[in-house]
Design a binder for this molecule. Structure first.
Ligand code: SF4
Length: 324
């Protein structure tokens, strides 16, 4: 806008700092600058059209300026609160078990639409997030530049000031994007949705496998881990009779080998019309034990928000105007 760069240091904290201002009123700027700001910038957030709350998570449904809808989730952990954001309207990756992916991608979200989910959620809940999960609807690495700018805003010290290690990006395995992220200014935590140990099985669950086979995905993950000295999370959703055998666990351990990675087992949240069911608890424990026996680090994700369809793979922007 031709203004002095130092003025951003006045404006940015007001917008993203404690105040989460929705007006420029009261900022210590001269009248001419304030006028220019008022005429050139807006504070318009996505419109909140629904909030579903539970003890562990609150799910927000947002309407964007073109009528499309997306969802974000405030996840209430004992150690702090995270906001999970969507990055696209719909998703083209077509993972068989995912409700979010049933709606075809209509468009990428803009930087302000992603930041707007966080600001809107923080304003409504009165809770400032301690971390961000880029795990909502959409494949973030397909909207790379906008997602990176969004991370820049979230980590900026005069705003939300969220540490890079408190931001996790989850990808279904877009290999070139993983290499690009490793070279970027924002090396966030990387989670890879693996969900199967062989190309044959993964191909049935995740069509992206035909584009990027598991060997390439694991190669990119290893590169990320080694370059940035980071531990990679491999997400693995437990599907009854599909990917939950001890043989699958042993194959998964073989894939990981000496890589600095751990497996996060996720209980599947099956919707009424889902062809999949969650593995029984004993089978999940058997899978867990087999991984442990092979020396693999493994955790089981507490499923937050499954009573309000806010858990993994359940975001779908119901009641939306999204048309493919
Ligand atoms: S799991 Fe992620 S990448 Fe796969 S369809 Fe769902 S939103 Fe898309």
């Amino acid at each position: 806008m031709g203004e002095r760069a130092s003025r951003a240091d006045t404006i940015f904290p007001a917008v993203y700092g404690e105040r989460l201002a929705d007006t420029f009123d009261g900022l210590p700027l001269n009248t001419a600058t304030l006028e220019r700001l008022r005429s050139g910038l807006t504070f318009t957030l996505p419109e909140r059209i629904q909030t579903l709350t539970s003890d562990t998570a609150d799910k927000y449904l947002w309407r964007l300026s073109d009528g499309c809808t997306v969802e974000s989730v405030l996840m209430k952990h004992e150690f702090g609160h995270n906001i999970c954001v969507s990055t696209q309207v719909g998703c083209n990756m077509g993972c068989a078990f995912c409700v979010s992916g049933r709606l075809k991608r209509r468009r990428d979200l803009t930087v302000s639409e992603m930041a707007g989910q966080v600001v809107g959620t923080a304003r409504h809940s009165g809770i400032r997030p301690g971390g961000i999960s880029i795990m909502g609807i959409g494949e973030p690495l397909e909207n790379f530049d906008n997602v990176l700018d969004f991370i820049g805003i979230m980590t900026y010290p005069k705003g939300f000031d969220i540490g890079i290690k408190h931001i996790t990006l989850s990808t279904c395995g877009v290999v070139p994007g993983i290499y690009k992220l490793a070279e970027s200014a924002y090396p966030v935590n990387l989670a890879i949705s693996l969900h199967a140990p062989t190309d044959e099985l993964r191909g049935k669950l995740m069509p992206i496998t035909r584009r990027y086979p598991i060997s390439e995905v694991m190669g990119a993950a290893r590169d990320y881990s080694e370059k940035l000295n980071r531990r990679i999370t491999l997400e693995y959703v437990m599907l009854d009779g599909v990917n939950d055998s001890d043989e699958c666990a042993a194959q998964l351990a073989g894939l990981i080998g000496s890589m600095n990675a751990y497996v996060n087992l996720i209980r599947y949240n099956s919707g009424a019309d889902s062809e999949f069911r969650c593995s029984p608890h004993e089978r999940i424990m058997g899978f867990y034990d087999t991984l442990k026996k092979h020396g693999v680090g493994v955790t089981m994700r507490r499923s937050l928000g499954d009573t309000i369809n806010a858990a993994c793979g359940q975001l779908s922007a119901h009641g939306s105007d999204n048309k493919a």
